[in-house]
Design a protein around this ligand. Structure first.
Ligand code: PBG
Ligand code: ZN
Length: 322
Protein backbone atom coordinates (compact mmCIF):
# COMPACT_ATOMS: atom_id res chain seq x y z
CA UNK A 1 0.00 0.00 0.00
CA UNK A 2 1.61 3.27 -1.09
CA UNK A 3 -1.45 5.53 -0.98
CA UNK A 4 -2.35 6.35 2.60
CA UNK A 5 -4.79 9.28 2.90
CA UNK A 6 -4.52 9.05 6.70
CA UNK A 7 -0.94 10.39 6.49
CA UNK A 8 -2.31 13.91 6.10
CA UNK A 9 -4.69 13.53 9.04
CA UNK A 10 -2.15 12.74 11.73
CA UNK A 11 -2.01 16.11 13.51
CA UNK A 12 -4.17 19.17 13.68
CA UNK A 13 -1.35 21.19 12.15
CA UNK A 14 -1.18 19.06 9.04
CA UNK A 15 -4.97 18.93 8.80
CA UNK A 16 -5.10 22.72 8.90
CA UNK A 17 -2.37 22.96 6.29
CA UNK A 18 -4.28 20.94 3.72
CA UNK A 19 -7.74 22.29 4.53
CA UNK A 20 -9.54 22.96 1.24
CA UNK A 21 -12.16 25.28 2.67
CA UNK A 22 -11.48 28.26 4.89
CA UNK A 23 -13.71 30.71 6.66
CA UNK A 24 -12.91 34.22 7.71
CA UNK A 25 -14.66 36.91 9.72
CA UNK A 26 -14.94 38.93 6.53
CA UNK A 27 -17.57 36.58 5.15
CA UNK A 28 -20.27 37.11 7.75
CA UNK A 29 -23.28 39.42 7.79
CA UNK A 30 -25.43 39.61 10.92
CA UNK A 31 -29.19 40.42 10.68
CA UNK A 32 -30.95 42.89 12.99
CA UNK A 33 -34.62 43.67 13.63
CA UNK A 34 -35.34 47.28 14.52
CA UNK A 35 -38.61 48.76 15.74
CA UNK A 36 -39.78 52.25 16.65
CA UNK A 37 -39.53 53.34 20.29
CA UNK A 38 -36.94 53.71 23.01
CA UNK A 39 -35.08 51.31 25.25
CA UNK A 40 -36.54 48.22 23.63
CA UNK A 41 -34.80 44.87 23.54
CA UNK A 42 -37.19 41.97 23.27
CA UNK A 43 -36.10 38.45 22.51
CA UNK A 44 -37.79 36.64 19.65
CA UNK A 45 -39.34 33.56 21.14
CA UNK A 46 -38.35 31.06 18.47
CA UNK A 47 -34.88 32.57 18.04
CA UNK A 48 -33.02 32.53 21.36
CA UNK A 49 -30.32 35.21 21.40
CA UNK A 50 -31.97 37.31 18.66
CA UNK A 51 -33.90 40.46 19.58
CA UNK A 52 -35.97 43.29 18.30
CA UNK A 53 -34.23 46.52 19.24
CA UNK A 54 -35.17 50.17 19.26
CA UNK A 55 -32.53 52.33 17.61
CA UNK A 56 -30.85 53.40 20.88
CA UNK A 57 -30.33 49.80 21.94
CA UNK A 58 -29.39 48.77 18.41
CA UNK A 59 -26.46 51.17 18.55
CA UNK A 60 -25.28 49.68 21.85
CA UNK A 61 -25.57 46.13 20.58
CA UNK A 62 -23.81 46.87 17.30
CA UNK A 63 -21.00 48.48 19.26
CA UNK A 64 -20.56 45.28 21.28
CA UNK A 65 -20.66 43.20 18.11
CA UNK A 66 -18.08 45.41 16.40
CA UNK A 67 -15.63 44.73 19.23
CA UNK A 68 -15.94 41.02 18.45
CA UNK A 69 -15.56 41.59 14.70
CA UNK A 70 -19.17 41.71 13.54
CA UNK A 71 -18.77 44.60 11.09
CA UNK A 72 -21.50 43.91 8.55
CA UNK A 73 -25.20 44.03 9.36
CA UNK A 74 -28.47 43.49 7.52
CA UNK A 75 -31.36 45.59 8.82
CA UNK A 76 -35.05 44.79 8.91
CA UNK A 77 -37.49 47.48 10.00
CA UNK A 78 -40.55 46.16 11.86
CA UNK A 79 -43.78 47.31 13.42
CA UNK A 80 -44.49 50.48 11.48
CA UNK A 81 -47.78 51.90 10.26
CA UNK A 82 -49.04 49.32 7.86
CA UNK A 83 -51.20 50.26 4.91
CA UNK A 84 -52.42 48.75 1.66
CA UNK A 85 -49.94 50.82 -0.34
CA UNK A 86 -46.98 50.23 2.02
CA UNK A 87 -46.22 53.95 2.03
CA UNK A 88 -44.38 53.77 5.38
CA UNK A 89 -41.77 51.58 3.63
CA UNK A 90 -40.27 54.57 1.84
CA UNK A 91 -40.80 57.24 4.48
CA UNK A 92 -37.50 59.16 4.88
CA UNK A 93 -37.81 58.56 8.63
CA UNK A 94 -38.87 54.94 8.63
CA UNK A 95 -37.21 53.06 11.45
CA UNK A 96 -34.98 51.33 8.88
CA UNK A 97 -33.83 54.63 7.33
CA UNK A 98 -33.31 56.24 10.73
CA UNK A 99 -31.34 53.20 11.92
CA UNK A 100 -29.04 53.47 8.92
CA UNK A 101 -28.53 57.18 9.53
CA UNK A 102 -27.75 56.66 13.19
CA UNK A 103 -25.43 53.69 12.59
CA UNK A 104 -23.49 55.53 9.91
CA UNK A 105 -23.22 58.57 12.17
CA UNK A 106 -21.84 56.47 15.02
CA UNK A 107 -19.63 54.01 13.17
CA UNK A 108 -19.02 55.39 9.67
CA UNK A 109 -17.03 53.13 7.39
CA UNK A 110 -16.21 50.73 10.26
CA UNK A 111 -19.67 49.27 9.84
CA UNK A 112 -21.09 48.03 6.55
CA UNK A 113 -24.84 48.46 6.51
CA UNK A 114 -27.24 46.60 4.23
CA UNK A 115 -31.00 47.02 4.32
CA UNK A 116 -33.66 44.54 3.31
CA UNK A 117 -35.97 45.91 0.64
CA UNK A 118 -39.44 44.39 0.76
CA UNK A 119 -42.98 45.49 1.54
CA UNK A 120 -44.28 42.61 3.69
CA UNK A 121 -43.57 44.34 7.02
CA UNK A 122 -45.39 47.46 5.77
CA UNK A 123 -48.54 46.08 4.13
CA UNK A 124 -51.72 45.37 6.09
CA UNK A 125 -52.08 42.04 4.27
CA UNK A 126 -48.45 41.01 4.85
CA UNK A 127 -47.63 40.29 1.22
CA UNK A 128 -44.38 41.45 -0.35
CA UNK A 129 -46.08 43.76 -2.87
CA UNK A 130 -49.23 45.63 -3.78
CA UNK A 131 -52.25 43.34 -3.65
CA UNK A 132 -55.24 43.31 -5.98
CA UNK A 133 -57.91 40.60 -5.96
CA UNK A 134 -55.62 38.36 -3.89
CA UNK A 135 -52.82 38.66 -6.45
CA UNK A 136 -49.57 40.51 -5.82
CA UNK A 137 -49.16 42.98 -8.67
CA UNK A 138 -45.69 43.03 -10.14
CA UNK A 139 -45.14 46.34 -11.91
CA UNK A 140 -46.89 48.68 -9.44
CA UNK A 141 -44.77 47.09 -6.68
CA UNK A 142 -41.52 47.99 -8.46
CA UNK A 143 -42.11 51.69 -8.02
CA UNK A 144 -42.57 51.34 -4.25
CA UNK A 145 -39.51 49.10 -3.89
CA UNK A 146 -37.41 51.62 -5.82
CA UNK A 147 -38.57 54.44 -3.53
CA UNK A 148 -37.80 52.35 -0.46
CA UNK A 149 -34.29 51.60 -1.74
CA UNK A 150 -33.81 55.29 -2.47
CA UNK A 151 -34.87 56.29 1.05
CA UNK A 152 -32.31 53.86 2.49
CA UNK A 153 -29.58 55.03 0.13
CA UNK A 154 -30.29 58.62 1.10
CA UNK A 155 -29.92 57.60 4.74
CA UNK A 156 -26.48 56.21 3.91
CA UNK A 157 -26.93 52.48 3.33
CA UNK A 158 -23.88 50.82 1.79
CA UNK A 159 -26.00 48.16 0.16
CA UNK A 160 -29.66 47.39 -0.48
CA UNK A 161 -31.00 43.85 -0.70
CA UNK A 162 -34.36 43.34 -2.40
CA UNK A 163 -36.10 40.21 -1.06
CA UNK A 164 -39.53 40.57 -2.64
CA UNK A 165 -39.03 38.39 -5.76
CA UNK A 166 -40.90 40.68 -8.16
CA UNK A 167 -39.75 40.43 -11.77
CA UNK A 168 -37.56 43.32 -12.86
CA UNK A 169 -36.93 44.78 -9.42
CA UNK A 170 -33.17 44.78 -9.68
CA UNK A 171 -33.26 46.96 -12.79
CA UNK A 172 -35.96 49.19 -11.30
CA UNK A 173 -33.97 49.75 -8.10
CA UNK A 174 -30.62 50.14 -9.88
CA UNK A 175 -32.08 52.71 -12.26
CA UNK A 176 -33.67 54.70 -9.44
CA UNK A 177 -30.44 54.71 -7.43
CA UNK A 178 -28.33 55.73 -10.40
CA UNK A 179 -30.66 58.49 -11.51
CA UNK A 180 -30.36 60.05 -8.05
CA UNK A 181 -26.59 59.74 -8.05
CA UNK A 182 -26.27 56.72 -5.75
CA UNK A 183 -24.01 54.90 -8.17
CA UNK A 184 -21.94 53.34 -5.40
CA UNK A 185 -24.81 51.97 -3.36
CA UNK A 186 -24.36 48.25 -3.94
CA UNK A 187 -27.20 45.87 -4.67
CA UNK A 188 -27.33 42.33 -3.30
CA UNK A 189 -30.23 40.48 -4.84
CA UNK A 190 -32.16 37.74 -3.09
CA UNK A 191 -32.03 36.23 -6.56
CA UNK A 192 -33.05 32.69 -5.87
CA UNK A 193 -35.42 32.88 -2.96
CA UNK A 194 -37.64 29.87 -2.46
CA UNK A 195 -41.13 29.74 -0.94
CA UNK A 196 -40.01 28.07 2.26
CA UNK A 197 -41.30 26.98 5.64
CA UNK A 198 -37.87 27.94 6.97
CA UNK A 199 -38.94 31.60 7.22
CA UNK A 200 -41.48 30.89 9.97
CA UNK A 201 -39.66 32.38 12.98
CA UNK A 202 -38.61 35.42 10.93
CA UNK A 203 -42.21 36.27 10.19
CA UNK A 204 -42.91 36.29 13.91
CA UNK A 205 -39.85 38.48 14.43
CA UNK A 206 -40.72 40.95 11.69
CA UNK A 207 -44.50 40.73 11.99
CA UNK A 208 -44.59 40.06 8.27
CA UNK A 209 -46.61 36.87 7.81
CA UNK A 210 -49.20 37.04 5.03
CA UNK A 211 -52.67 37.25 6.57
CA UNK A 212 -54.12 35.16 3.80
CA UNK A 213 -52.59 32.86 1.22
CA UNK A 214 -48.90 32.17 0.74
CA UNK A 215 -45.97 33.57 -1.24
CA UNK A 216 -45.92 30.92 -3.96
CA UNK A 217 -46.99 33.26 -6.75
CA UNK A 218 -43.74 35.21 -6.36
CA UNK A 219 -41.19 33.16 -4.41
CA UNK A 220 -39.73 30.15 -6.18
CA UNK A 221 -40.81 26.52 -6.17
CA UNK A 222 -38.12 24.48 -4.42
CA UNK A 223 -38.40 21.73 -7.00
CA UNK A 224 -36.81 23.95 -9.68
CA UNK A 225 -33.03 24.30 -9.85
CA UNK A 226 -33.01 25.33 -13.52
CA UNK A 227 -35.47 28.10 -12.80
CA UNK A 228 -33.19 29.20 -9.95
CA UNK A 229 -30.40 29.61 -12.45
CA UNK A 230 -32.64 31.66 -14.73
CA UNK A 231 -33.51 33.93 -11.82
CA UNK A 232 -29.83 34.38 -10.96
CA UNK A 233 -28.98 35.19 -14.59
CA UNK A 234 -31.79 37.71 -14.86
CA UNK A 235 -30.65 39.53 -11.74
CA UNK A 236 -27.06 39.55 -12.96
CA UNK A 237 -28.19 41.01 -16.29
CA UNK A 238 -30.26 43.63 -14.47
CA UNK A 239 -27.22 44.84 -12.55
CA UNK A 240 -27.06 42.94 -9.27
CA UNK A 241 -23.62 43.14 -7.63
CA UNK A 242 -24.07 40.07 -5.44
CA UNK A 243 -26.35 37.09 -5.95
CA UNK A 244 -27.89 35.48 -2.90
CA UNK A 245 -29.36 32.02 -2.42
CA UNK A 246 -31.97 31.58 0.31
CA UNK A 247 -32.50 29.46 2.41
CA UNK A 248 -29.06 27.88 2.65
CA UNK A 249 -28.87 24.51 4.39
CA UNK A 250 -31.46 22.68 2.33
CA UNK A 251 -30.24 24.49 -0.81
CA UNK A 252 -26.51 23.71 -0.97
CA UNK A 253 -26.98 22.36 -4.50
CA UNK A 254 -28.38 25.74 -5.58
CA UNK A 255 -25.45 27.59 -4.00
CA UNK A 256 -23.10 25.33 -5.95
CA UNK A 257 -25.08 25.75 -9.18
CA UNK A 258 -25.12 29.54 -8.94
CA UNK A 259 -21.42 29.64 -7.97
CA UNK A 260 -20.54 27.67 -11.11
CA UNK A 261 -22.59 29.91 -13.38
CA UNK A 262 -21.71 33.44 -12.35
CA UNK A 263 -18.53 35.36 -11.74
CA UNK A 264 -20.33 37.60 -9.23
CA UNK A 265 -19.89 37.11 -5.49
CA UNK A 266 -22.40 34.57 -4.16
CA UNK A 267 -24.04 34.93 -0.76
CA UNK A 268 -26.29 32.55 1.12
CA UNK A 269 -28.86 33.30 3.81
CA UNK A 270 -28.86 30.82 6.68
CA UNK A 271 -32.45 31.66 7.60
CA UNK A 272 -34.46 31.86 10.79
CA UNK A 273 -35.75 28.29 11.13
CA UNK A 274 -32.32 26.91 10.30
CA UNK A 275 -31.10 28.89 13.30
CA UNK A 276 -34.08 27.95 15.50
CA UNK A 277 -33.62 24.24 14.86
CA UNK A 278 -29.97 24.35 15.88
CA UNK A 279 -30.70 26.45 18.97
CA UNK A 280 -33.59 24.24 20.08
CA UNK A 281 -31.58 21.05 19.69
CA UNK A 282 -28.61 22.61 21.48
CA UNK A 283 -30.78 23.79 24.36
CA UNK A 284 -32.20 20.30 24.69
CA UNK A 285 -28.68 18.95 24.87
CA UNK A 286 -29.16 16.85 21.76
CA UNK A 287 -26.27 18.38 19.83
CA UNK A 288 -22.98 20.20 20.35
CA UNK A 289 -23.89 23.73 19.23
CA UNK A 290 -20.42 24.96 18.34
CA UNK A 291 -19.57 21.89 16.26
CA UNK A 292 -22.92 21.82 14.47
CA UNK A 293 -22.82 25.55 13.70
CA UNK A 294 -19.30 25.40 12.31
CA UNK A 295 -20.02 22.28 10.27
CA UNK A 296 -22.93 24.17 8.70
CA UNK A 297 -20.80 27.25 8.00
CA UNK A 298 -18.13 25.15 6.28
CA UNK A 299 -20.86 23.46 4.24
CA UNK A 300 -21.98 26.88 2.92
CA UNK A 301 -18.41 27.82 2.05
CA UNK A 302 -17.69 24.43 0.49
CA UNK A 303 -20.81 24.72 -1.65
CA UNK A 304 -19.48 28.03 -2.96
CA UNK A 305 -20.82 30.84 -0.79
CA UNK A 306 -18.31 33.62 -0.22
CA UNK A 307 -20.72 35.59 1.97
CA UNK A 308 -22.81 34.05 4.75
CA UNK A 309 -25.75 35.87 6.29
CA UNK A 310 -26.42 34.18 9.60
CA UNK A 311 -27.95 34.76 13.03
CA UNK A 312 -25.05 32.67 14.39
CA UNK A 313 -22.47 35.31 13.38
CA UNK A 314 -22.40 36.91 16.80
CA UNK A 315 -21.91 33.61 18.64
CA UNK A 316 -19.24 32.55 16.15
CA UNK A 317 -17.18 35.68 16.63
CA UNK A 318 -17.74 36.36 20.32
CA UNK A 319 -16.83 32.78 21.19
CA UNK A 320 -13.99 32.67 18.64
CA UNK A 321 -15.30 29.58 16.90
CA UNK A 322 -13.48 30.43 13.65
C1 PBG B 1 -38.96 39.50 3.55
C2 PBG B 1 -37.95 38.54 4.07
C3 PBG B 1 -38.13 37.28 4.63
C4 PBG B 1 -36.88 36.84 5.03
C5 PBG B 1 -35.96 37.82 4.66
N1 PBG B 1 -36.63 38.86 4.05
C6 PBG B 1 -39.36 36.51 4.92
C7 PBG B 1 -40.28 36.09 3.86
O1 PBG B 1 -39.99 36.15 2.65
O2 PBG B 1 -41.38 35.69 4.25
C8 PBG B 1 -36.59 35.55 5.74
C9 PBG B 1 -35.38 35.56 6.62
C10 PBG B 1 -35.34 34.47 7.62
O3 PBG B 1 -36.20 33.56 7.68
O4 PBG B 1 -34.40 34.52 8.43
N2 PBG B 1 -39.46 39.21 2.31
ZN1 ZN C 1 -41.36 40.30 1.85
Amino acid sequence: MIKRPRRLRVTETVRNMIAETRLSEDMFIYPYFVKPGKNIQEEIEAMPGIHRFSIDNLIKDVEKGLKAGVNKVLLFGVGENKSADASSAFHPHSVAADSVRELKKQFGADLHVTTDICLCAYTTHGHCGILKDDYVLNDPTLEVLAQMALAHAEAGADMVAPSDMMDGRVLAIRSALDSEGFVNTALMSYATKFASAYYGPFREAAGSAPGKGDRKSYQMDFRNPREALREARLDEAEGADIIMVKPALAYLDIIRLVRKNTTLPVACYNVSAEYSMVKAAAQSGYIDEQRIVMENMYAFARAGAGIIITYHARDIMENKWL
